[in-house]
Design a protein around this ligand. Structure first.
Ligand SMILES: NC(=O)c1ccc[n+]([C@@H]2O[C@H](COP(=O)([O-])OP(=O)(O)OC[C@H]3O[C@@H](n4cnc5c(N)ncnc54)[C@H](OP(=O)(O)O)[C@@H]3O)[C@@H](O)[C@H]2O)c1
Length: 302
């Protein structure tokens, strides 16, 4: 990626936690033009443009994407970082469009942003989607063993702890879908699914019940001990995860050929295979098709 021209970065989830740390580092590079999608009135790093974006509304996603394209004119996006996320554990919250909120915000909204903006990415661009190792049942934290997009979008009885890992499986499958597209491969766009690992001190659990938030606060030393045997419980810091997210987005860290997943384990970058379900082309294609219908992209077969 040449640094002679301004590199254009579009990012969600840049206002808090891991993303706020990442954008600080990205903004510190020379020749960057940064557009942040954020809800409410938010300030980004100096010089960053903020465009209103509520991921709980597909209309807001469409308006955001249209505004990005309008502001950029003919200039392509070099780096697209889809990092925003929620973990509510609430059985009732729905998006404006009626989807279960974790699925709607974490997956559907980002799927739609990617569908709308990837065609406007530069050759040698980079698409980074933040996922989580919780998508993997082997991690022991409720990762899904099957994929049923309709049930995730409109759950009957809400599976409190499994909605979030399932949404992160969807992020991973979406990354794999884009990675497989000829229109992504031909211009050498790199697709990365990034797992920051357990990262304490972010706002992710802000909407979780008080008991859960209190529990997470006192757990740091216990997680540290536990991580001796189970590395996925190593309690990382948002600063470190943010630096690695920025390095992946900027191309300072590259993945081995054929890999899509980058994962922070005990503060170190690794490139593991995701769960068996995340590697399934059948699950990947099913999610792509069903998501297209849900977001109203009519030209996709169901
Ligand atoms: N923390 C962890 O242990 C962990 C582990 C694995 C993966 N992750 C992933 O890392 C990413 C960042 O999470 P974090 O831990 O840094 O949490 P965070 O501090 O809560 O950051 C979440 C970001 O998402 C934005 N966001 C949430 N809902 C939104 C909406 N409806 N519209 C627009 N923006 C919205 C937030 O914006 P506001 O400022 O407006 O709230 C914030 O910028 C997420 O994708 C998460 O799933 C986190």
């Amino acid at each position: 990626m040449s640094v002679d021209h301004k590199r254009i970065v579009v990012m969600t989830g840049a206002t808090s936690g891991i993303g706020a740390n990442a954008i600080k580092r990205i903004a510190a590079q020379p020749n960057m033009q940064i557009i942040i999608g954020a809800r409410g009135v938010k300030n980004g790093p100096e010089g960053a443009e903020v465009i209103q974006l509520d991921l709980a509304s597909l209309a807001s996603v469409r308006t955001f994407a249209a505004e990005v394209k309008q502001r950029l004119g003919k200039s392509p996006i070099d780096i697209l970082v889809l990092n925003a996320g929620v973990q509510t554990m609430d059985s009732t919250t729905r998006t404006v469009d009626g989807f279960e909120v974790t699925f709607g915000v974490n997956h559907l909204a980002h799927y739609l942003i990617a569908r709308l903006l990837v065609p406007y990415m530069a050759d040698d661009g980079r698409l980074v989607i933040t996922t989580s190792d919780t998508h993997d049942p082997a991690m022991g934290v409720g990762g899904p063993k099957t994929l049923e997009p309709q049930a995730l979008a409109h759950p009957g009885k809400h599976p409190k702890f499994s909605a979030y890992p399932a949404s992160k499986l969807c992020n991973l499958l979406t990354a794999r879908s884009f990675d497989a597209l000829a229109k992504v491969q031909a211009p050498h766009i790199t697709v990365i699914a990034f797992n920051p690992g357990l990262t304490l001190g972010t706002g992710l659990s802000r909407d979780a019940p008080r008991g859960v938030r209190g529990f997470m606060r006192i757990m740091r030393p216990i997680f540290r001990l536990l991580s001796i045997f189970k590395p996925q419980f190593y309690p990382g810091k948002p600063e470190r995860a943010g630096v690695v997210l920025a390095q992946l987005a900027l191309g300072e860290i590259n993945l081995p050929a054929g890999h899509v997943c980058a994962s922070l384990v005990r503060g170190k970058i690794t490139f593991p295979d995701p769960s068996a379900l995340a590697q399934s082309d059948e699950a990947r294609d099913l999610l792509w098709r069903k998501s297209a219908v849900m977001v109203g992209i009519q030209d996709e077969p169901t």
